[in-house]
Design a protein around this ligand. Structure first.
Ligand SMILES: NC(=O)c1ccc[n+]([C@@H]2O[C@H](COP(=O)([O-])OP(=O)(O)OC[C@H]3O[C@@H](n4cnc5c(N)ncnc54)[C@H](OP(=O)(O)O)[C@@H]3O)[C@@H](O)[C@H]2O)c1
Length: 305
């Protein structure tokens, strides 16, 4: 199977919400979907960066985009962004849970959550639950959540979710990206069981040259390892454009199924054409999925309809 963004069907009349749309994979996805006619709401934490990203687009593409402020590190911002979007859009066809941070030093969100878990997973868990009423009755609607190869090395530390005393940058990232994948799969179970029209899917970009291994890591690395990683990253990765293909495939292909997980085909899913990827068995375990769901509802206070 060969797939490229030229296979994306016409998106006219569709409304898309993308988190972290000003950079990397989110920016490429925004451009492709708007070029195909979608109205794209760019949910971004930094409005200046979001406007700069819009200015970098061709006029006819930028014209179909709008910006809403969303800081996933603050549950109050998640609630404000969701209600601003609900006011602007009667219905949503596609939600891309894309924003993320990686490997930063130990830190907490405004609500006291471990930073990588709080932003990458809990922020998206709450945002999705608050937007779900605008998606669930829309035929063909999808929610796509971006995970990572790194999920393979993780586990959910249910007994110590904020990793007190055992924090490690990779451990926290792996836990958060595993949570993204488990969330997408558990959400699909719940959507199917409730007869909703929406499908939930997951994807990962392989290894792509974006800002993810960017200034944050470089600044926070006392040993210069972050600076080295930042310099070396583009040498061993595919482009941000190619990294966006599995996301766009999961978001638009007729062949992508609810509960499916999509990533690049080659070099142990590091790069190449999008195709169905292999989730770890831990990620598909229904008991663990339910447990993570309950914990996420308790921590965020967001109950799904
Ligand atoms: N690149 C890879 O190789 C790779 C591999 C596996 C998975 N991923 C996943 O792919 C997704 C996209 O990352 P990327 O590679 O495109 O990196 P990126 O270029 O750094 O983009 C990340 C986006 O997330 C936003 N973001 C970070 N913290 C946020 C917050 N608190 N609230 C709202 N938005 C926030 C960033 O905003 P700012 O610009 O304001 O920082 C940026 O727009 C992430 O989920 C990442 O984990 C990437």
């Amino acid at each position: 199977m060969s797939w490229s963004p030229s296979d994306i069907p016409d998106q006219s009349g569709r409304t898309v919400v993308i988190t972290g749309a000003n950079s990397g994979i989110g920016l490429r996805a925004t451009e492709h979907l708007a070029r195909k006619g979608a109205r794209v709401i760019m949910a971004c934490r930094n409005l200046d960066k979001a406007e700069a990203a819009r200015r970098s687009m061709a006029d006819e593409v930028a014209r179909r985009t709008e910006v809403v402020e969303l800081d996933l590190a603050r549950q109050t911002s998640v609630r404000q962004a969701a209600s601003a979007i609900r006011e602007r859009c009667q219905s949503i066809d596609l939600l891309l849970n894309n924003a993320g941070i990686m490997w930063l030093q130990e830190g907490r969100t405004e609500d006291g959550f471990e930073r990588q878990f709080g932003i990458n997973h809990l922020g998206h868990f709450a945002f999705t639950g608050l937007l779900l009423p605008a998606l669930r009755d829309v035929p063909g609607s999808r929610i796509v959540t971006v995970s990572s190869i790194a999920h393979r090395g993780g586990r959910i530390h249910f007994e110590n979710i904020h990793l007190d005393g055992i924090y490690g940058r990779q451990r926290a990232y792996a836990q958060a990206k595993l949570a993204n994948l488990m969330f997408a799969i558990e959400l699909q179970r719940r959507l199917r069981d409730s007869g909703a029209q929406t499908r939930s899917l997951a994807c990962h970009p392989g290894v792509a040259s974006t800002n993810l291994a960017g200034p944050g890591i470089a600044e926070e690395s006392p040993l210069g390892i972050g600076r080295l990683a930042r310099w070396a990253w583009p040498l061993f990765t595919q482009s941000a454009e190619k990294g966006a293909w599995p996301t766009l495939y999961a978001a638009t292909s007729d062949a992508a199924r609810g509960g499916g997980y999509y990533g690049p085909a080659w070099l142990k899913e590091a790069m190449g054409q999008p195709r169905e990827a292999k989730p770890r068995r831990y990620a598909t375990d229904a008991d663990l999925g339910r447990r993570l769901w309950t914990l996420s509802e308790t921590l965020t206070g967001v109950q799904y309809p």
